[in-house]
Write a protein that binds this ligand. Structure first.
Ligand SMILES: [Zn+2]
Length: 246
């Protein structure tokens, strides 16, 4: 399995502070989600050959500005997290290895590349594939996870993988770790990246023609911070590199 470099980050304290703001119905998620998201993070890191992902302020849940260009105001607070940059794993063959290689991995940051495979977070079924401003968003519903997370009448927990090329179709059953999609090239000023959202979505909304406009305007939709409570060595927060990537 992929080696994981042990680095010291400040992100955990940020998350603990944010955890205090969670609403009551989200407490059940605390029991269920962190290990799931962490396992998914490890799988996605292996796919990208990342030692750890690097998040700047604009990439995080609830961000009010973009992280590319001049950092424009977002129309609505960020509904998930953006995986756009990472510190690459250093190959084990040659290169000197040892502590020098660890330092190199800790300082180099590169952009997530189009084509990078994205694994499924949790067993479920593909609800739909919708358009987004870069390419496609693949929506996966997780009825069993919804039950484990406490359940909410008329709602289902979903994972949404945005700015991707979907490789699975509506109605397909999917299992945790299976390849779902790949990061899409970006025809816009935003660099290619994976956006991950977790959300409680009303069944009634899923039965309609789902759009991102509906997702961000329907008051019943409840987005959850994917990184909340995830005590991981696989990500860090950095203010460096804002606006890069073009
Ligand atoms: Zn995003």
């Amino acid at each position: 399995m992929a080696a994981v470099l042990v680095l010291v980050f400040g992100g955990v304290n940020v998350l603990r502070a944010r955890a205090a703001t969670l609403q009551c119905h989200q407490y059940a998620l605390v029991q269920t989600m962190p290990s799931l998201v962490e396992l998914w993070l490890r799988r996605f890191a292996a796919s990208a050959r990342a030692a750890h992902f690097v998040f700047s302020a604009g990439t995080l849940f609830g961000a009010t500005t973009t992280w590319w260009g001049a950092g424009k105001a977002r129309r609505t607070p960020h509904e998930g997290v953006d995986f756009g940059r990472y510190a690459p794993l250093i190959g084990s063959a040659g290169g000197g290895g040892g502590a020098g290689a660890l330092r190199a991995a800790a300082t180099a940051v590169v952009a997530v590349q189009p084509g990078c495979a994205v694994p499924c977070l949790c067993d479920g079924a593909v609800t739909c594939v919708i358009r987004d401003f870069i390419c496609e968003t693949l929506v996966v519903e997780h009825p069993q996870l919804s039950s484990r997370a406490g359940g909410r009448a008329g709602m289902v927990l979903c994972s949404l993988f945005a700015h991707v090329r979907a490789e699975r179709r509506q109605g397909e059953r999917v299992r945790a770790g299976e390849r779902l999609c790949s990061v899409a090239p970006s025809p816009t000023s935003a660099p290619a990246h994976l956006h991950l959202s977790l959300a409680w979505l009303p069944h009634a909304l899923l039965s309609e023609q789902l759009t991102w406009k509906a997702l961000v305007t329907d008051a019943r939709v409840d987005f959850v911070d994917p990184l909340a409570h995830v005590d991981s060595r696989l990500w860090t927060i950095s203010d460096e590199g804002e606006g890069e990537g073009g």
